[in-house]
Design a protein around this ligand. Structure first.
Ligand SMILES: C[S@@+](CC[C@H](N)C(=O)[O-])C[C@H]1O[C@@H](n2cnc3c(N)ncnc32)[C@H](O)[C@@H]1O
Length: 320
């Protein structure tokens, strides 16, 4: 078996505090400081800082939605939980997911990367991975090769897309200091609409730079999708077929809730995966799940627990 690119033991203490114990048994996750910085600035501009300071993310917190109010509630209360969930799976400090850290390192070590982020909401998933890469570069855990990242994000909520643009405007020049060139595009997209899904996927293909590595991020969608897998199965199959054609890995990350583990993932295994032959579930048909402690990114001395249930699908012509 190929040795891992990075082990839990060399994760920097800017991202994983383990107080000298065996690194894979316990510790506390810290979100990258760059992400915390831009998150705090956007909260301040939106006058949401007090709400974010007095609430703690949890699995059953606000899920976002199409209204301004739902979006603001999600951004103030659940955004740090969404970011922590992605960071937990990408860094995999407790060695729960096994292939996700190598995938993250392979994608973010240099060259060109083209991501599809669905539903992108306020941008938690892509922003987290980019800021983790910047932190690991600063700590000399990732090479400082030029990295050009393009992201196409789709989401139903216009207010969430507006917050995302604001967050990305702040992030883009700061990432350049770490050799990361970031070009985001977002568009409104409803997974229940087959034509919008085809148009989004066509745009993703069109925007793909030559020789780019590709990946699809699907994060924190179970609040909505767990009830709708059957209705949306054609669109879900089409997303995965496009991933197969593009040679893209798919990382699907959810909170470890009944909606995700008893409905969404079994629904995907039954309704979607068997009809997409080019994509292979790297871990079999069950998600891997775990949880860890997280230092709150903006609350002094605040902490919370994040849980994740995730699946990694890889194009069948390449092993994970
Ligand atoms: C919990 S948020 C997750 C957003 C982001 N991936 C994250 O991790 O923060 C769920 C998102 O699903 C979006 N959503 C709900 N129904 C949708 C639909 N039919 N099509 C596309 N997006 C939808 C919401 O607007 C919301 O932004």
């Amino acid at each position: 078996m190929r040795p891992p690119f990075i082990t839990s033991a060399v994760l920097p203490d800017t991202l994983w505090l383990n107080s000298g114990k065996a690194p894979e048994t316990s510790g506390q996750l810290c979100l990258p400081w760059l992400l915390a910085e831009v998150y705090r600035e956007v909260l301040q501009e939106l006058r949401l800082l007090p709400a974010a300071l007095e609430t703690t993310p949890c699995n059953e917190g606000p899920q976002g939605g199409i209204t301004e109010e739902e979006t603001r509630a999600h951004f103030a209360r659940s955004f740090s939980g969404s970011c922590a969930r992605l960071a937990f799976v990408a860094l995999d400090p407790l060695a729960v997911f096994r292939t996700s850290r190598d995938l993250f390192v392979r994608l973010f070590s240099g060259g060109r990367l083209h991501l599809l982020d669905l539903p992108c909401g306020a941008g938690a998933a892509s922003a987290t991975l980019l800021c983790l890469a910047a932190d690991l570069r600063q700590q000399d855990r990732l090479p400082r090769q030029p990295l050009r990242v393009t992201v196409l994000g789709g989401d139903l909520s216009e207010p969430a897309l507006r917050i995302q643009r604001r967050l990305y405007r702040k992030l883009t020049p700061r990432l350049e200091e770490y050799g990361i060139q970031f070009r985001p595009v977002v568009q409104r997209w409803d997974i229940e609409d087959a034509e919008q899904t085809t148009a989004l996927l066509a745009r993703w293909g069109k925007l793909c730079p030559a020789r780019a590595a590709t990946a699809v991020l699907a994060a924190n969608f179970s609040g909505f999708l767990s009830q709708k897998v059957k209705e949306c199965r054609e669109q879900l199959r089409e997303i995965l077929r496009h991933a197969g054609v593009q040679g893209a890995d798919v990382l699907w990350v959810e909170p470890r809730t009944t909606a995700a583990t008893q409905k969404l993932f079994p629904g995907l295994s039954k309704e979607v995966f068997p009809k997409v032959l080019k994509m292979r579930q790297s871990w079999g048909d069950k998600p891997r799940a775990g949880q860890c402690a997280v230092q709150h990114p903006i609350q002094q001395h605040g902490s919370f627990t994040v849980s994740a249930a995730a699946m990694h699908l890889a194009p069948s012509r390449r092993s994970a």
